[in-house]
Design a protein around this ligand. Structure first.
Ligand SMILES: O=C(O)C(=O)C[C@]1(C(=O)O)C=C[C@@H](O)C=C1
Length: 305
């Protein structure tokens, strides 16, 4: 190939052009021409994105019409977690990952609503509650979200079919008996299906976290945690509960206790998705406690770190 360039090639034109063009050369400064070209390209990309979104929603409409998912809530928290993890794994370039997740949360929320009525009950003692914000960010701008003054009322709304899901504070060791809603969770009728926020750029201790409760179990995602509620005799020590769980193959990631009259209730968080795992369920049933019950599972949230 010849190394010489034709006088019309862009490089040649650039070399030949004076460093500062005379004012008469063009009515618009070069930057304005660039801006118009860039905006035209942005418009073309917006149209392409919009076309794809319209196709995606038409497909969700077909999925709903097929009745392949049967009755019950359209929400599939496990599937949503897999979609977000896949997109985060392929994400590159200057768009913040948090913006990617925010866009897809709106898409997934609208796609859930397209399949049937969907609403949220959130325990929110005040209007600006962090858990109300978590619910809004996860379930989207258009989803009906009802703030309720106690966790018990939010759970009752789901049990009565008045809300599709409840958003409740992630349990903490210092919770009062009223705040420790997990002691009353009527599993498997209602169970934990997700943990919020699913994505955050970095972990900040003290930021609000929530669990989502629904009537339909979440699907396994490959990276899940299961919640187990143990009922033991009064005065049972934390060390003994933890040791018994570990001996059965369920080393707890966290273990919270609530003393209730003649019983000690414990909430253990363990690695993996145990529902449907016959071996794990047999080991759980063989634990030396009055009762061991699964309270649900959630996809392990992602951070950008
Ligand atoms: O895969 C499904 O079951 C869907 O309903 C589709 C879809 C989606 O838009 O991708 C929508 C809502 C569900 O929570 C999960 C995924």
């Amino acid at each position: 190939m010849s190394q010489s360039r034709s006088p019309e090639s862009p490089a040649a034109v650039a070399r030949a052009a004076p460093a500062v063009p005379p004012a008469s050369a063009s009515r618009e400064p070069p930057s304005a021409l660039d801006l118009a070209a860039l905006r035209a390209e942005l418009d073309a990309l917006d149209d392409a994105l919009h076309d794809l979104l319209m196709r995606r929603f038409a497909l969700v409409g077909r999925l709903a019409e097929s009745r392949a998912k049967g009755d019950g809530p359209a929400l599939r928290p496990g599937r949503e977690a897999q979609i977000l993890r896949r997109l985060l794994a392929r994400h590159a370039g200057p768009m913040p990952a948090a913006a990617l997740v925010r866009l897809w949360r709106e898409i997934l929320a609208a796609s859930t609503a397209l399949q049937g009525p969907f609403s949220v009950a959130v325990f929110a003692p005040s209007a600006g509650s962090g858990h109300a914000r978590l619910a809004r960010e996860h379930f989207g701008a258009a989803t009906p979200i009802r703030p309720l003054p106690t966790p018990a009322q939010a759970l009752a709304a789901v049990a009565a079919g008045e809300a599709s899901v409840a958003v409740l504070p992630a349990p903490e060791e210092e919770d009062t008996p009223e705040a420790a809603w997990w002691t009353k969770l009527d599993s498997p009728r209602t169970q934990v299906v997700a943990r919020l926020p699913f994505y955050r750029p970095r972990f900040v201790a003290g930021d609000p976290e929530a669990l989502v409760v629904s009537v339909l179990p979440a699907d396994p995602t490959g990276r899940d945690r299961t919640l187990i509620r143990l009922e033991a005799e009064a005065g049972q020590s934390r060390a003994r509960l933890a040791a018994a769980l570990a001996a059965a193959g369920f080393a707890p990631l966290s273990l919270m206790l609530q003393r209730e009259g003649a019983a000690t209730l414990a909430l253990a968080e363990v690695e993996g998705y145990l529902a449907g795992d016959a071996g794990a369920l047999a080991r759980l049933a063989a634990l030396p406690f009055a009762r061991a019950q699964l309270l649900g599972a959630y996809a392990v949230p992602e951070t950008g770190e």
